[in-house]
Design a protein around this ligand. Structure first.
Ligand code: NAD
Length: 314
């Protein structure tokens, strides 16, 4: 199995290192700040603990032995089939990094950026071999949500996209293809639409934070764990998806007309959000809640596996 270069040892880099190591690859990790590796080991232990909820037989020592920390940039470029860049979200820094990786890595090594919002056409602007550059954007928290969206620029070769898709799928990631560049790809566009609407409802005084969260976590979110919007619509009316959209077309379109304003996200409103949220959850209770979030996701993944609804089944 080919080696994977991990560039950046923060939360996302650690998750990728574990994900690839768990699939049997050797993960070689580089970071320009030595202190990152101290945190990396703590983060790794926590992430592996969550993963054992999904798979109690997980060979934690094997995974750890597949990860080599404190590599040089040259090390992660030598004999690696993929370099997963996961450094700070800054266009100029990422551009410089891609130029360096392009000079050091063999021509057939895939260069992938984890960036959430920066498009690969921009990141690879000064790269010579643009055909091997892609966005490969994960979801949070990536160790228990093994998802990646792959998007190339107009310069990326179809062969690279194909090999990247099969590489991530073989490493047990639910990989989706974004056919052309669009800011936010699929994940953050869907998430952004929902966030903006939650804010419109809350700011407009239609419902409280508590109640908006309840509508998601005790209603929509339960089916979203195993069905997307198109499948949901297909099962929503006796004749299927066309029947469903025909019945509700006018209602859905009317909503769209009202949902096209851009919330201001003023400092005043953000302070209000912070104050209301802190009444529901104190700042000091957040780490515990993050731990619970990861554990709950792991348990849901385990249940989905048991019910035949995991990644490899689409
Ligand atoms: N955190 C998320 O929710 C999330 C989700 C999906 C994608 N992403 C993307 O993943 C990337 C990394 O995010 P993160 O949350 O892991 O950040 P992070 O701050 O936890 O980690 C970034 C790491 O990169 C290192 N670094 C910074 N500049 C470097 C350089 N020039 N050379 C080498 N190492 C360098 C830092 O020392 C740090 O260890 C970002 O592009 C972000 O948009 C983040």
């Amino acid at each position: 199995m080919g080696n994977i270069g991990i560039c950046g040892a923060g939360l996302i880099g650690a998750s990728w290192a574990i994900g690839f190591a768990n699939a049997g690859h050797k993960s070689l990790v580089y970071d320009n700040n030595k202190d990152s590796f101290k945190k990396f080991e703590l983060v790794c232990d926590q992430l592996l603990k969550d993963l054992t909820i999904i798979n109690p037989d997980l060979d934690v020592n094997k995974i750890k032995s597949n990860i080599t920390l404190d590599c040089s940039i040259e090390d992660i470029c030598k004999d690696t089939i993929l370099i997963q860049e996961s450094i700070v979200e800054d266009l100029e820094i990422k551009k410089k990094m891609f130029e360096a990786l392009d000079k050091l890595a063999p021509e057939n090594t895939i260069l992938a950026s984890s960036s959430s919002y920066l498009l690969i056409s921009k990141i690879s602007e000064n790269v010579v071999h643009k055909q091997r550059c892609i966005n490969a954007h994960p979801a949070l928290p990536p160790h228990v949500v093994p998802f990646v969206e792959i998007c190339g620029s107009t310069e990326t070769s179809t062969e690279i996209i194909k090999s990247a898709m099969s590489l991530y799928k073989n490493a047990n990631y639910a990989a989706i293809l974004v056919n052309k560049e669009t800011e936010g790809f699929v994940l953050n566009r869907l998430q952004g639409a929902l966030l903006n609407e939650a804010v419109r409802l809350h700011e407009g005084g239609y419902a409280s934070m508590d109640d908006i969260d309840i509508a998601l976590k005790h209603a929509l979110g339960i089916r979203w764990a195993f069905m997307g919007p198109f499948e949901i619509m297909d099962l929503n009316a006796p004749e299927g998806i066309k029947d469903s959209f025909s019945r509700y077309r006018v209602g859905i379109q009317n909503l769209a007309k009202q949902q096209n304003t851009v919330p201001e996200y003023s400092d005043e409103y953000l302070n209000q959000l912070e104050n209301e949220q802190r009444k529901r959850l104190s700042h000091s209770a957040r780490p515990e809640r993050i731990e619970k979030r990861n554990k709950m996701i792991a348990l849901i993944r385990k249940l989905k596996l048991e019910l035949g609804e995991d990644i490899q089944n689409g």
